[in-house]
Design a protein around this ligand. Structure first.
Ligand code: BG6
Length: 487
């Protein structure tokens, strides 16, 4: 299957940090379809050879065994070429058009890894140059707008040029192996499904914490913040994967229809829930992994009086038969105590206690997304009985079953971007987000943004290297629960 894959923003951070390494892994695994050409598009004046050298030097920063040796890179580099373009200038597109006309392919993928303000122009110009044929697929990287109106405007503009089946909206969390395993756990096994409901589940927690700060993205982050950057997309997609009804089959629209129903059932905000159930924070100077780090307001590109949130914790509910009354907690932040992403399903305690059990004892299932990729089922068992203790009076100890997918599947594991790029090349839309899902997510997030605009208090400070402001613990404690690290 011959393809041309065009990276708009071909000299940008995402291309060299994530996309090229992912393509190289696919190439190395022999899963990249043959006959491919990868075209970087950028404003710099580079020859094909200079572009290859630039990518090669960037590969030196890729971690250990994912880095190609010189022979491997030389083979991979033969797929790479470069087109210089100014995306805002219509005449630039003729150059790309000529380059694409050099050969016949089965598919052309246009990957828009650029500022979203260019999405509309690029799509219009692709159409004006006849580059929106039925064999074209378009990939859109987040952020897709900064609110519902701007998101809709992008969807409408792209929709004028491409059909929905040609549009691949990326949420890289959906490409993570653990998220695909969550679908397998829920819909490929009968064991948990009867328990997966309000009668058995006390609460669900989604945590996505990072040790890193905003790095060199201060300017971008100032206008984005954690709610737009992580909650509107990644966290809500995870929530959908946990809470959705079983789809009738694995086709993209069957899955996306069920996710959309979850988003529509999310409890609407009220002035009271907005003030009680949403906590925003901003990191101040602190210590991460033993190193002193500056506060957010000291980062480059950030205003010294910034009120951008680097942390969000919130509580919501899903108003339907399966989930009514079950709190879903979402928490994400930069410069936190550790880098982890996990989902914790906390089951209800036993209805009648006959053992001496640890305080607050209840089963839980933890789905680890990163750095570990696996499942932990927390149970209680009777260890060594003390003398004179009958089994009834015995004390239970927590134990857990630990399934480590990295160990189990080892090198066969495919990274998020590798998975998603291969799916685009195969035309599989299951792991991509449909426009109505995205719009519904914005609709739910917008009242929070409006509430913050009118709130003069601003985000609560938390020291870098901690689990966020104490208000986040207080919020969950009001329901009688606590975050995973507080157990
Ligand atoms: C991106 C956000 O979408 O996800 C970044 O823009 C964030 O701010 C990143 O760091 C986190 O992704 P991961 O896969 O490292 O958890």
């Amino acid at each position: 299957m011959a393809f041309d894959l065009v990276f708009f923003g071909g000299t940008g951070d995402l291309v060299w940090r994530k996309l090229m390494p992912a393509l190289f892994q696919a190439y190395r695994h022999g899963t990249l379809p043959e006959g491919g050409r990868i075209i970087g598009v950028g404003r710099d004046d580079l020859s094909d050879e200079q572009y290859r050298q630039q990518i090669q030097s960037r590969f030196e920063q890729v971690e250990g065994d994912k880095r190609p040796n010189p022979e491997e890179f030389a083979r991979f580099a033969s797929l790479l070429c470069y087109v210089r373009m100014d995306l805002s200038k219509p005449e630039s597109y003729a150059v790309l058009s000529a380059r694409l006309a050099e050969r016949t392919t089965d598919h052309v993928v246009m990957y828009l890894s650029t500022a979203p303000s260019l999405f509309t122009t690029v799509c219009e110009q692709l159409a004006a140059n006849g580059l929106n044929t039925p064999k074209t697929r378009i990939v859109l990287e987040k952020p897709l707008g900064h609110d519902l109106t701007s998101n809709r405007a992008i969807n409408v503009a792209v929709g004028k040029v491409f059909k929905e089946q040609q549009i691949f909206r990326i949420d890289h969390y959906l490409g993570k192996p653990a998220v695909q395993n969550l679908f397998a756990l829920r819909f490929g096994n009968a064991l948990f499904e009867p328990l997966w409901r309000r009668e058995h589940i006390a609460n669900i927690q989604i945590t996505m914490s990072e040790e890193l700060g905003v790095e060199k993205r201060g300017g971008f982050y100032e206008t984005t913040g954690a709610l737009r950057d992580m909650v509107q997309n990644h966290a809500l997609q995870l929530l959908c994967a946990i809470a959705m009804e079983p789809p009738i089959n694995v086709h993209a629209d069957a899955i996306r229809d069920e996710k959309l129903k979850v988003l529509r059932a999310l409890k609407r905000w009220t002035p009271e829930t907005l003030s009680q159930h949403v906590i925003r924070g901003q990191y101040s100077a602190g210590n991460v992994l033993g190193h002193a780090v500056p506060g957010y307001r000291e980062e480059s590109g950030v205003s010294p009086s910034s009120s951008t949130e680097t942390f969000v914790a919130l509580r919501t509910e899903i108003a339907n038969w399966r989930w009514a009354g079950v709190p879903f907690y979402i928490r994400t932040g930069k410069r936190m105590a550790s880098r982890e992403a996990h989902i914790q399903i906390n089951f209800r305690p036993t209805p009648h206690e006959i053992f001496n059990s640890p305080v607050g004892h209840a089963n839980k299932l933890v789905i680890h997304l990163q750095p570990k990729d696996g499942l932990e089922l927390h149970l209680f068992a009777q260890g060594q009985s003390k003398r004179g203790e009958g089994s009834a009076g015995a004390t239970l100890s927590p134990v857990h079953l630990d399934l480590d997918f990295d160990k189990r599947f080892g090198s066969q594991r495919v990274g998020a971007y590798e998975r998603l790029l291969l799916d685009v090349l195969d035309g599989r839309l299951n792991l991509f987000v449909r426009s109505d899902e995205q719009e519904e997510a914005w609709r739910w997030v917008e009242p929070i943004l409006r509430h913050w605009q009118n709130d003069t208090i601003g985000p609560r400070p938390y020291a870098a290297g901690t689990w966020g402001p104490s208000a986040s613990s207080a919020m969950i404690a009001r329901d009688g629960f606590c975050w995973s690290e507080e157990t």
